[in-house]
Design a protein around this ligand. Structure first.
Ligand code: GDP
Length: 485
């Protein structure tokens, strides 16, 4: 196949090198064309083939979107209980887990829609109302409320309309040459973290099964995962993926910048915070501290880790602990470095803030430390809690340097959008010593697929996805999981 031509993104180009469509009213979604004013320009090659695919997708979505005759026709097919050849086929995404997980899985589902010529619609939940802008011009991505299939939230690995269940019970004709009318009009695809090889949901990642699924009019997909490395192991999509993404680790970077735009409500929060605390900074350092239940760590230890990491890696200067006077070289000009500390808890911020408040730095520089919120616990069911999470992810993505917590999808989204390799704060489950430092530089800007399929489509036995395709590699922050490079 011919290699796609590629374009480098020009700084301050409001359409990001053609990634964004010009066909929007700017006021309706200020973040779409304004994020680039605050973020570093992308240094990652964008293929003209991807741009072509996106424009074709936008046309398809407009043609098949909710409230069009073709959408109506595809919805009517649901009542007939079997698939048929239709102009418009769909993949419906349902939200699950926190904002980080949702943004990754949404972008991954969109890539699946691009690869399969489906229209992606999203099942809107109360906790996401007014979180994101519409990404496609002249249409909507929200699944209408009168959609005839109910209970999308309740679907789980045991659901009897799931692809895995239907295959297991021999209720689906898995012959790739089977005609569409022998297949149901819709199926549920279960790709949550609890998907195991003993449930045949994993067959989603097999070529023949993709051939079968391609004939089903409606795919209802639920995942909280960055399933993109999984799509890379499906031979059917290999060529398209290579043409769209000559640099394979940039899938989320580009698709995230294309698809995910905070609503004006959230953008207001982002701008108010940015303009109040970060705008004058010479260098913005984003630090995200996520403490997982499965890797507990005290606030004190977590603070020590942040200090050790940032000083060892020369991200922040040290302080003269024995000195509390102002150093003669201290400047009052607005050239200071700013730390944006993002965490559910306030204590790490308090300590870091005090460190630079109580003592002068060894370099004479001024370090300001800010934290937008400390929500104390995850409350994904609350709209404003999610707005804050989204706003903080975006503020982090404006950073020049990022330090994020290993294994956190919240962190993945921030550095993926920024397009920079973060330093990972190592999980507390690992000992920190000379060989295993408290943090280390990530090898890629890509997110990690935490619970990938370990399945050999030919034998039905186990297989490590990293052994199937060359560019699917070990993530550096999450043991036994793959990423794409
Ligand atoms: P992950 O669990 O770290 O992979 O990230 P998710 O974003 O999927 O889920 C964590 C959720 O907890 C977030 O979406 C927020 O609701 C909340 N949360 C975790 N850390 C922070 C934080 O630093 N700031 C805010 N505002 N919320 C957070």
């Amino acid at each position: 196949s011919t290699e796609p031509t590629a374009t480098a993104v020009i700084p301050n180009d409001r359409l990001l090198g053609g990634l964004l469509s010009p066909d929007f009213d700017e006021q309706s979604c200020l973040s779409r064309y304004q994020s680039m004013l605050y973020r570093k320009a992308s240094s990652h090659i964008l293929s003209s083939y991807l741009l072509l695919k996106l424009r074709k997708y936008e046309a398809l979505h407009k043609k098949c979107g909710p409230n069009t005759p073709l959408y109506q026709k595809s919805v009517e097919q649901i009542k007939l209980n079997h698939s048929t050849e239709l102009e418009c086929n769909y993949v419906v995404w349902s939200p699950y887990d926190g904002i980080g997980n949702r943004m990754l899985s949404l972008a991954a589902t969109f890539l699946y829609a691009l690869l399969t010529d489906r229209v992606m619609l999203i099942h809107q939940s109360e906790d996401m109302v007014d979180l994101l802008c519409e990404p496609f011009p002249g249409t909507t991505w929200y699944l209408p409320l009168n959609f005839p299939i109910h209970g999308l939230d309740e679907h789980n690995k045991h659901s009897q309309n799931s692809y895995g269940y239907l295959v297991e019970k021999n209720m689906i004709n898995t012959d790739p040459k089977a005609p569409p009318y022998s297949l149901p009009s819709s199926i549920y695809v279960h790709l949550l973290h609890d998907m195991r090889e003993d449930h045949l949901h994993v067959r989603f990642y097999c070529d023949d099964d993709q051939e079968v699924i391609s004939k089903i009019n409606w795919v209802l997909l639920k995942t909280n995962q960055y399933i993109i490395p999984g799509l890379f192991i499906i031979p059917k999509y290999a060529e398209e993926l290579a043409r769209m993404f000559p640099s394979k680790e940039t899938v989320f970077h580009h698709l995230g910048r294309y698809l995910l735009h905070p609503s004006n409500t959230v953008w207001g929060m982002i701008m108010r915070y940015h303009n109040s605390y970060l705008a004058k900074s010479k260098e913005k350092i984003g630090i995200q501290v996520r403490i997982f239940d499965w890797a507990p760590i005290s606030a004190e230890k977590s603070y020590e880790q942040v200090v050790r990491c940032t000083q060892q890696e020369l991200i922040l200067p040290g302080v003269n602990v024995n000195q509390s006077q102002i150093s003669p070289s201290t400047s009052t000009e607005a050239t200071a470095r700013t730390v944006l500390l993002v965490s559910l808890y306030g204590e790490i911020y308090e300590r870091l803030h005090n460190l630079y408040f109580e003592h002068p730095t060894t370099t004479g520089e001024m370090i300001s430390v800010y934290q937008p919120s400390h929500e104390e616990k995850q409350q994904t069911e609350k709209k404003f809690h999610n707005y804050k999470a989204m706003a903080e992810i975006w503020l982090l993505s404006f950073s020049d340097v990022l330090v994020t917590s290993a294994g956190s999808t919240f962190g993945y989204v921030s550095y993926g959008l920024a397009g920079i390799k973060p330093w990972y704060l190592q999980s507390s489950l690992k000992a920190w010593n000379i060989e295993h430092p408290s943090c280390y530089r990530a090898a890629s800007i890509d997110a990690c697929y935490h619970t990938p399929p370990h399945f050999n489509c030919k034998t039905g036995g186990k297989a490590d996805p990293r052994n199937i395709v060359r560019h699917v590699r070990q993530c550096d922050d999450y043991t036994h999981s793959p990423t794409v490079k």
